[in-house]
Design a protein around this ligand. Sequence first.
Ligand SMILES: Cc1ncc(COP(=O)(O)O)c(C=O)c1O
Length: 379
Amino acid sequence: MKIPFNIPPKSSNEEKYISQAIANKKLSGEGSFNKKCAEWFNKNLPTLMTVITPSCTSALEMAMVLADIGPGDEVILPSFTFTSTANVVALYGSVPVFVDVDPLTMNIDPAAIQRAITPRTKVIMPVHYAGVGCKMDEIMALANQHGIWVVEDAAQGIFASYKGKALGTWGHMAAFSFHETKNIVCGEGGALTINDPRLVARAEIVRDKGTNRQQFLNGQVDKYTWQDKGSSYLLSELSAAFLLSQLEEGKEITAKRLALWNQYHQGLADLEKNGHLQRMTIPSECQANAHIYYLLLNSSEVRAALWTYLKEAGIQSTTHYVALHSAPAGVKYGRVSGSMKVTDDLSNRLLRLPMWADLSSDEAALVLEKIHSFFKGQA
Ligand SMILES: Cc1ncc(COP(=O)(O)O)c(C=O)c1O
């Protein structure tokens, strides 16, 4: 049996909605499925305004335009993240300032943020790793005290919350991903949620190539013109149709993942007790979404050996981010603030297990059985 790392989830109405979008003869980002997806976010998170975007990367880019970052500005973020979080900062000539993560969650450490703040700090970008919320109350308190924008990288955060409040509603803005590797997918896609009323009017312009086209469509002006910096931040209607079907069944998809997460967690308790590995932790204030199940092995050598062992058994496990502060572009464009001890250590020992909504409980049991037999061989 082969067990891949990920298979995108299926939902009931993808084909039906795509056919409807074609029949509507409106395929650009102004169509009704885009509107319905945005309304879904506005109502369910809830948030003030949502732009459904071509990717999480483009949502983060749009957030940087709205935060108006430029040369000389600094943006604080974890080094343990995907390249997009830092790349959008470098794109506008600003400096990504890398700080360390909390060993319990691999999420940005608020104390490290506090030490990294300078008069040039314009934005903080917390990344909710594995769909487990960052300490958003502490981060917002720091940001508000210093007049700094907060943009949540909630690429992995849909259907998850921190202290009972949805991820994506804490910061001034938040970016989600619907890439095929995420919990809710449409191939490539994303969303920018906007929670601060000061940003709404500009967001309408920035998302539409810097024009006031929305005012034109609303009949408020008789022609539209170039008003501000912007880009093409709208998702094709065909992808939005697929996405709506997934959002509508998102709770069921998440519940299936959570059941598998619990199966892994219970099945690995004995190995943790025996000191073979450390299981991922979800603090009690976080309601997670089972985006990832990861283990921390005792060394990078054990991780490599387990990865190979599982691969030979037909099971695809994967490592995760190579710390950005040590990557070539991170060295060129970024700066480190404080110690990177936790990031350097844990990023080399972390291994993710197969996780997707339709992974069967038998398949998960096989993964567990193989991990146990690996350690039996080691003892
Ligand atoms: C934390 C984080 N941010 C941003 C992204 C980029 O998402 P997208 O592929 O939708 O641009 C990813 C993708 O894996 C991610 O994990």
